[in-house]
Write a protein that binds this ligand. Structure first.
Ligand code: MTE
Ligand code: HPA
Ligand code: MOS
Length: 750
């Protein structure tokens, strides 16, 4: 089972927004953005730019027909800056011209006068100044205060984790075309067509039904297009309506790097207490999230940091506080893991430091504290069908951890400069949008009279293989060949009020909706077959491999004839279905509930080799036992695992975003922002499917895969630390990620 899109991708035939054949007279938009991180706008003069040959229009905040507001959770973000700017890269004007080059040229003639104010880059400084996106959030369990005196060991410290650029291959962009009746059709590179529709409607002052959003596929999203695709679409739509011409807006790579938000950097304080046996008694943690200039999805991301702050461990007493701090950076946003990785990194750091004090391997503390069935998370949900220990033990035995450790010890004893390190990384990741109402999806299935099938859902294909999985669901319910089925584009007129394809739930939710829609049609088909074959009991009819069976015996009726017969019998061959997973809820005020349909578990063993003279390192092996549930498509799930782990390792090691004190991104090109490439990939990469006898709550007992394996990457950080430790055993290193070669050397020799 290959990913549906593979062959087309390889041949370069897959279409992305910029590949759409544009109608004659299509115009191109370029966005002029602030070069100053914080300041008051005194004036914007577009006169000279407007005079340029080929320029058709320039639009600023005052031209917006509806509301100049694109904030989702909190209404705190303008589409175009009106009187102040809060980050470098903030859009100020849209320049529309006959070509992109002309539009860009003209933008240089716009004179923006800004009175500069001091920018704030550091979340702790923002916190001190009271610059918060919202009031701090607290999750707690048990009683931390009452238990410090019962702890045999207490460790305290700070942890820094850096941001991360999404680096989707397809940059942000949209194409907008005016349609009859004052509406607009938008083709957008978005994970959330409904958000684009809503945002464009608000900005344009139009009803949602006048805006159709269509998405074929994305060249990657990784969370970066969950909330931040809307503004470009709204700008293109506004220009298209103002000029009554089609308009395309594609961000050039460097502008995309400068203008869009990234994974949130976090600065955190922890205090952990353990008893004599190495059990964690107390965990107190405060997270300072660097939100950037406006809320975007930061509040929801902050929540997920809290949900995952104890990773796959049971901690009886927890007090976790999280503050979303407003700084003069582009608004940071969703990125694979959605705040979870930042939370998990801190508890892993605390465990590392506790182990360091005790002079033992962190894995002894990790193992002692793994979640068991029925253990309570700080948010009130209990661990059910818990695979924490199962995956841990399975990883240790399958990959023979004692042997791996022995080899490393021997290697390190004999090697002066190159040191090897190994670390285990268990994960536990909750599946469901923690904003409960978002857990809903719909599907529309048409069986055409020739027996071919079209399926539309709210799911967005962005390389993760959701389209293939949905086709497999349809093929399985009808028991027909997969090539009869086509995934239609994701379109707001076929599936309304959809949630973003995010939270790893795309296949879970939309697959279930597709299954329900197919079942509706299947039941009608069974009745039609019974009628056609003059059989009594339609319950005894089944379709197997396109043959209609009655009482487990094949009849002469095949799929194609059944469909044409049903059509002639005037049976509807279409169905729309809706799915909302039952039983989940979360009380925000009490910070308790059952927010997740289920959890995903697994354990990784990561081994590295560090050259302690040069500071460079290699990821030697990644070995994982992961709970996939009953995988719908093992090839896709395996590749999602590999991709996520690499992205996680990149975040922890080489990907470093640097800003100067004026809030300017210094790493705004691929010469300075390094991401893992094929040479950095582990020499050995093993992914084992854990036998899971349980029923999950997702479609066909599968489990969500998109995000959870990202967090295995955290293991690479501690594997490197362990290697460094064997070079300089007496040194206590600070926990600051990413562990770039530069930081590694400075830590070793400073
Ligand atoms: N895989 C690819 N190739 N490209 C992507 O953009 N996004 C990730 C993950 N895997 C992504 C990806 C993120 S952040 C999420 S939430 C899930 O896919 C979303 O898709 P799913 O819900 O269908 O797993
Ligand atoms: N994950 C991803 N996106 C979201 C979530 C979540 O939990 N909640 C709201 N948007
Ligand atoms: Mo993924 S960060 O939920 O788009």
């Amino acid at each position: 089972m290959k990913n549906y899109d593979l062959v087309r991708h390889v041949k370069g035939e897959s279409k992305f927004v910029d590949d759409i054949l544009t109608p004659e007279g299509c115009l191109h938009a370029y966005v002029l953005y602030s070069q100053i991180a914080h300041g008051d706008i005194k004036s914007v003069n577009i006169d000279d730019a407007l005079q340029m040959e080929g320029v058709e229009g320039i639009f600023t905040a005052k031209d917006i027909p509806g509301e100049n507001q694109i904030g989702g959770i909190i209404q705190d973000e303008e589409l175009l800056a009106s009187c102040k700017v809060d980050f470098i890269g903030q859009p100020i004007a849209i320049v529309v011209a006959k070509t992109v080059a002309l539009a860009k040229e003209a933008s240089k003639k716009i004179i923006v006068d800004i009175e500069e104010l001091t920018p704030v880059i550091d979340p702790r400084v923002a916190f001190e100044k009271g610059e918060l996106i919202m009031s701090p959030r607290v999750f707690s369990l048990g009683d931390v205060e009452a238990n410090w005196n019962k702890c045999a060991l207490i460790v305290e410290g700070t942890v820094e984790s850096g941001g991360q650029e999404h680096l989707y291959l397809e940059t942000q962009g949209a194409f907008a075309c005016p349609v009859e009746g004052g509406g607009v059709k938008i083709v957008s590179s978005t994970q959330s067509p409904t958000t684009v529709q809503k945002t464009a409607a608000k900005v344009l002052g139009l009803k949602m039904h006048l805006i159709e959003v269509d998405v074929l596929r994305l060249g990657g999203g990784f969370g970066g297009k969950e909330d931040q695709a809307s503004q470009w679409a709204a700008m293109a739509a506004m220009a298209a309506l103002k000029l009554n011409k089609p308009v395309k807006l594609i961000l050039p790579r460097q502008d995309d790097l400068r203008m869009t938000g990234k994974r949130h950097p976090y600065s955190s304080d922890y205090k952990m207490g353990l008893n004599k046996e190495g059990k964690i008694v107390n965990y107190e943690v405060t997270f300072y999230q660097n939100a950037g200039a406006s809320a975007d999805l930061s509040p929801a991301i902050l929540d997920r940091t809290l949900f995952h702050c104890t990773n796959s461990y049971f901690v009886p007493n927890v007090k976790a506080t999280a503050c979303s701090c407003k700084t003069n950076l582009p608004p940071n946003t969703a990125f694979r893991g959605f705040g979870g990785p930042q939370g998990m990194f801190v508890i892993e750091a605390a465990i590392y430091k506790a182990a360091e004090k005790l002079g033992i391997d962190p894995c002894f503390i990790q193992e002692k504290n793994l979640l068991a069935e029925g253990d309570e998370f700080s948010y009130g949900q209990k661990a059910e069908q818990c695979m924490a220990t199962a995956s841990w033990e399975s990883a240790i035995s399958k990959f023979n951890l004692p042997h791996l450790k022995k080899e490393i010890d021997e290697f390190n004893a004999a090697s002066k400069i190159v040191k090897k390190g190994i670390a285990l990384m268990p994960i536990c990741f909750g599946i469901s949008f923690t904003t409960t109402f978002l857990n809903q999806a719909s599907a529309l299935v048409h069986v055409y009279s020739d027996g071919s099938v079209g399926v539309s859902t709210g799911a967005i294909e962005m390389g993760q293989g959701v389209n293939m999985k949905i086709r497999q669901v349809v093929a399985s319910v009808f028991s027909i060949k997969i090539d009869r089925i086509k995934n239609e584009t994701t379109n707001t007129t076929r599936n309304a009020n959809t949630s973003a394809t995010a939270a790893s739930s795309g296949a879970d939710l939309n697959g279930k909706a597709a299954q329900l829609a197919c079942n509706n049609i299947l039941n009608r088909l069974k009745d039609a077959a019974a009628k056609y074959l003059s059989l009594e009991n339609s319950d005894l009819i089944e379709i197997k491999d396109e043959v209609i069976y009655y009482e487990n015996k094949p009849t002469r009726l095949l799929w194609n004839e059944l469909i044409s017969s049903a059509y002639m019998q005037r049976v509807s061959l279409s169905s729309h279905a809706y799915y909302a997973p039952p039983g989940i809820y979360f009380d925000k005020d009490k910070a308790k509930g059952k927010p997740f349909a289920y959890h995903v578990y697994g354990t990784a063993i990561i081994q590295v080799a560090v050259d302690c003279l040069k500071g460079v390192y290699e990821i030697e092996s990644v070995k994982i036992v992961h709970d996939f549930g009953k995988s719908i498509n093992k090839a896709i799930d395996r590749s999602q695992t590999e991709g996520a782990v690499m992205q996680g390792i990149g975040w922890m090691t080489m990907e470093e975003l640097k800003y100067n004190e004026n809030g300017r991104l210094l790493t705004d090109a691929l010469s300075t922002y390094k991401v893992p490439d094929i040479y950095f990939a582990p020499k050995e990469f093993e992914v084992e499917f854990l036998d899971n006898p349980n029923d999950s709550l997702a479609v066909f007992n599968s489990k969500a895969i998109g995000e959870p394996p990202f967090m295995y990457g955290i293991g690479a950080y501690f594997a490197i630390m362990n290697a460094m430790k064997s070079y300089k055993p007496e040194k206590n290193f600070e926990i600051i990620s990413p562990m770039t070669p530069e930081r590694l050397l400075l830590s070793l020799y400073n």
